[in-house]
Design a protein around this ligand. Structure first.
Ligand SMILES: Cc1ncc(COP(=O)(O)O)c(C=O)c1O
Length: 420
């Protein structure tokens, strides 16, 4: 196969990479394995096992129940770290708790209850399934209409489609800032402006954006957001999610799960639910403390690197992937399935191929390239900037080229695995 930058170009980019040293602060068990799935589960920060051991042995083993005096505010403390360094929010506007799905349920429920005269909820028809399902359930329970906005699988939601669907019956719009499949990046400020024009609220899912692109919730006038910490934030499998509610709305909105962690003077154990006025009213229950503990060492790295530098490297990684995909993979039946240029998406890029699933399995089994597959026929490549080298992207694309050209993938089973 001809064309494509020579490997020396990737080597030069590595040599000039201001974030190169961060790779050493992650556990790289097998240096031969090219991991391009940081958009699903981020790598393990080297400091995390020690930190967890400390919390387990000293906090749990030594401190026992007394440790809760300090632990109890960790969700809010971590929320403030995220607010300041990752989300462009103010202190007291973000809290870490529960999962993205549960937080979405809580905030969507709160927003719908606060808009009693309105009967429509809008969602991107191609949004991540959990978001669509949760809204479907909420709409059904409340007798509302859920409108699924048609959206391009590769290009993302066209704002003219959103504009056309917005009217004074719309209570809530739920959108992902970065699309899970194509990586398409929306203009948050523009969406907020459109929704504000008809008095609708927007709830953002930032799962694929947080830690990959600079997010400016305050600057965009955003009111509500949720997102996970296990992708680009490297908090670990199933690590607790975050939720954001703009300060002026906190006392006005009431979420539907009335747990004791939202309660005023929680340990007075009063007879009736009476939530605190601040962000903690969106909490429900005892936090999964050991999972919360893994978020601290992960955020140390993101904060030190800074979102501006992470994004700058993410764009360069994305451009290299685009260029090599065009040169090497397009002649083999692949097609770009993400917006171009890289500025129009988050940190991952998708490629269409009719045999994407079998190719994905073969890459992991035979070529030591871990990326992932998304239905119907997309190979998703997520080079997380904190620990991915430019030469890894070059080598991975070369291995994909050789794997597909060799056609060994055709003997793989076509049926999907339990997890893709
Ligand atoms: C956009 C988006 N929302 C939500 C989730 C998952 O939510 P949960 O952590 O509740 O399973 C994902 C998982 O990949 C996602 O991509």
């Amino acid at each position: 196969m001809e064309g494509g930058s020579p490997r020396t170009v990737a080597e030069e980019l590595d040599a000039a990479d201001p974030l190169a040293a961060f790779r050493e602060r992650f556990v790289i068990d097998d240096p031969e394995l090219i991991y391009l799935d940081g958009n699903s589960l981020g790598r393990l920060p080297a400091a995390t096992p020690g930190r967890l051991r400390e919390v387990v042995e000293q906090g749990w083993g030594g401190g026992l129940v007394r440790s809760w005096q300090g632990w109890i505010d960790w969700g809010a403390r971590l929320g403030d770290r995220l607010a300041g360094h990752v989300l462009g929010a103010r202190p007291g506007e973000v809290v870490v708790s529960d999962s993205t799905s549960v937080n979405l349920y809580k905030l969507a429920g709160a927003a719908l209850d606060a808009a009693p005269g309105r009967g429509t909820v809008l969602v991107d028809a191609e949004d991540f399934p959990t978001d669509r399902y949760i809204l479907q359930g909420l709409a059904q329970q409340r007798g509302l209409r859920l409108r699924r906005l048609p959206s391009d699988l590769d290009g993302g939601l066209d704002l003219d489609v959103l504009r056309g669907a917005l009217d004074r019956d719309v209570a809530l719009v739920v959108l992902s800032l970065v699309s899970y499949r194509s990586g398409a990046l929306l203009d948050m400020a523009r969406v907020e402006e459109l929704a504000r024009g008809v008095g609708a609220r927007v709830l953002w899912d930032l799962s694929h954006a947080a830690g990959a692109v600079p997010v400016d919730l305050a600057g965009a006038g955003a009111e509500l957001a949720v997102g996970c910490t296990y992708k680009y934030l490297n908090g670990g499998p199933g690590s607790p999610a975050f939720l954001y509610v703009r300060r002026d709305l906190q006392a006005v909105l009431r979420q539907p799960v009335w747990g004791w962690f939202g309660q005023r003077e929680q340990f007075r154990m009063g007879p009736d639910y009476d939530p605190v006025p601040g962000i903690e009213r969106f909490l429900v229950s005892t936090p999964a403390l050991l999972s919360l503990a893994a978020i601290d060492p992960a955020l140390d790295l993101v904060e030190e690197a800074g979102l501006a530098r992470i994004r700058a490297k993410g764009l360069l990684l994305g451009r290299l992937a685009d260029e090599l995909a065009d040169a090497w993979l397009a002649p083999l039946g692949f097609r770009a399935a993400s917006p171009r240029p890289a500025e129009r998406r988050g940190s991952h890029v998708s490629l269409y191929h009719p045999d994407a699933w079998r190719i994905c399995q073969t890459l992991a089994a035979d070529a030591k390239v871990v990326c992932d597959y998304r239905v119907p026929d997309r190979l998703r490549i997520g080079p997380s900037p904190l620990y991915t080298r430019f030469t890894e992207v070059w080598d991975a694309l070369a291995r994909i080229r050789d794997t597909v050209a060799g056609r060994a993938y055709t003997s793989r089973p076509a049926g999907l695995a339990r997890v893709t």
